[in-house]
Ligand binder design. Sequence first.
Ligand code: AHR
Length: 504
Amino acid sequence: MSQLRAVINLDVPGPTVSRHLYGHFAEHLGACIYGGIWVGEDSAIPNVRGIRTDIVEALREIAIPNLRWPGGCFADEYHWRDGVGPRADRPSMVNTHWGNVVEDNSFGTHEFMDLCEQLGTEPYISGNVGSGTVREMAEWVEYLTRGGEAPMSSLRRENGRPDPWRVKYWGIGNETWGCGGNMRGDYFADLARQYSTYCRNHDGNVLYKIASGARSDDYAWTQSLMQTLGDYGCGCNPKHYFDAVSFHFYTTMTDRKTGRATDFSTDEYLESLANAWRVETMIKRHSNVMDVYDPEGRIGLVLDEWGTWWAVEPGTNPRFLYQQNALRDALIAGLHFDAFHRNAGRLVMANIAQTVNVLQAMLLTSDDVLIKTPTYHVFEMNKDHHDAARLDVHLLDATPTAHHDDATVPLVTTTATAKDGRALISLTNLDPEADHTVAYDLRGGSPSDVSARILRADSPQAHNTREAPDAVAPVGYDGATLSENTLTVTIPAHSFITVGFETG
Ligand code: AHR
């Protein structure tokens, strides 16, 4: 066990930790939409207009701030017009990326916007650049957001929605370096400008346009996008054609085929942590590139796909990306959120992949039963960080580390925020064996009223199932004590803790 000392200045608030760092992503992939979120109005599973009620209730509990849809790779072969109008008349298509299955378009624009309204969340629509047209994208924006008598608003009205919706977040393509068109950076940078130009702001709706960004550590891609931003030729203000650039990063085993969600050795556990930690370096380096072209920080960085990607569960369709979710996934989520908090400011949004039944899911369905995963519980325990001010945690001692090959793996990570007179500290102990203690010297306040919760289990492999849905679930914790201004927290091996208190 190591004893770490830390200082937090309660009276020095940092940048806001946007709630959008806790964003989500639902794709037409496997059983995320069909059989997950969407069961149809005639289903015996309780639903509201075809949308599964227990899923909506569970996601409302974690206050999801935004939901990205319809892909992913699917977005770049999705043609929105096929998904509006009477369901019986909608044409089918083949979902070539995800299992070559026939997509009947029964979940389309209206169903998605209904889902967002039921969830109380902001839509983030990912537009088709790879196989779509500028006109198609421009008309989708018009369909969604324009009132009055324009052609697309009339079509929307005919389809049962008189008033326009409000849509802020708009993606220009997805992984355009890969499944979204296999483009080169400079070529896509010009397309991003072109598509963005015609995505108009209608009737007071202001879009926040997010250009499809890099794969992991492809900083040259970010540079291609950023260097097209300025338009200084006219001597007028520099233009920006999009408001943010994205990037995607998944935590995988080096050999993706063998890494299992619940069956892994300690060495494999450390390997996955070493890979997960790369996220913070990537956020910083993409930010560094952006700083060169945008020193004022006008353009946001959006990590709109992140999470663990293990081998699929035995016996399931390899293209449906269905995996279990263990305590390890929750700890990796804790690690990511701390990295997000530390880089709040330039990093404005992050979306975990994906919401239901796919990759690092919040929720797994088993017929009529809904299982909350360990990852879900981290989202819930961290909820009070949404839109709170970061409080920097100054560690006075080096964190314990482990090694995997050449990588050094930090084993303890902690961040803090404050909002409305209350602070929340998150602490993740990734150590597979040892407990650790952190003593926080809380300066600039009179802390009181401490309460703590813990997410832990006997092993990082522990997970929730239909038979044991609460095997990994948060409980109250008495290992956090306050003595004057020193808050001492003991954090058991492989566990995640949140501690809340009044700042005074
Ligand atoms: O989330 C699954 C897939 O991962 C997405 O469709 C794609 O964007 C990424 O490669």
